[in-house]
Design a protein around this ligand. Structure first.
Ligand SMILES: [Zn+2]
Length: 189
């Protein structure tokens, strides 16, 4: 009997420890998904850094890089949360915003505004989410190479629940989005 009771107690305590907090800020948090960390980090260790690859190669649909300056690049997210989901990041392999030189920091933010302009021109969203996951604890998908997410939003587009359930409403292929942005940057810059 005692053993059974102990087992039951152990089961209860295990269940309690894995229960996630139900507070709404956690559920609404679409940019920061720390539960994906382990998976992504394993991939990165095997393949080397995909952001460095695009930094070192020519602009192309293979690396999803659509625009580049001396210090900064704009990529399409291979796994978009919404159509037109962009990443803005330094060419240099740095994981912390505080480690960027002033010149690189300034260029990163100048290009972030260019990306917003591109997004407005190509997709005319009602608004956008912009965010940076700085560090592993903050849920960065590729924590060693910092990157801003820029996600277009339309009223009532996702309402967060499809994202929680891992079913995303992305109606366009990443390649189609790439062509739209590529043509935009070719014309404008
Ligand atoms: Zn890198």
């Amino acid at each position: 009997m005692k053993k059974n009771q102990q087992k039951n107690q152990q089961k209860k305590s295990t269940k309690k420890s894995i229960k996630k907090p139900a507070a709404w800020p956690y559920k609404r948090n679409i940019l920061f998904r720390p539960e994906r960390m382990k998976y992504v980090r394993k991939l990165i260790k095997i393949e080397a850094c995909v952001f460095c690859r695009s930094a070192n190669e020519e602009i192309s649909v293979e690396t999803l890089c659509v625009y580049k300056t001396q210090h900064t690049q704009i990529l399409l997210n291979k796994y978009p949360y919404n159509n037109g989901h962009l990443l803005i990041l330094p060419l240099v392999h740095v994981g912390d915003l505080m480690d960027l030189s002033s010149e690189r920091f300034d260029d990163l933010h100048r290009v972030t505004r260019l990306a917003i302009q591109a997004l407005q021109a190509v997709y005319q969203p009602g608004g956008y989410n912009i965010g940076l996951n700085n560090g592993v604890a903050a849920g960065a998908g590729i924590p060693d190479h910092l990157h801003y997410h820029l996600i277009p939003r339309w009223s009532g587009d996702l309402n967060f629940f499809p994202l929680i359930a891992e079913t995303k409403v992305v109606i366009e292929t990443v390649e189609d989005s790439y062509i739209k942005f590529f043509n935009y940057f070719k014309k404008v810059i």
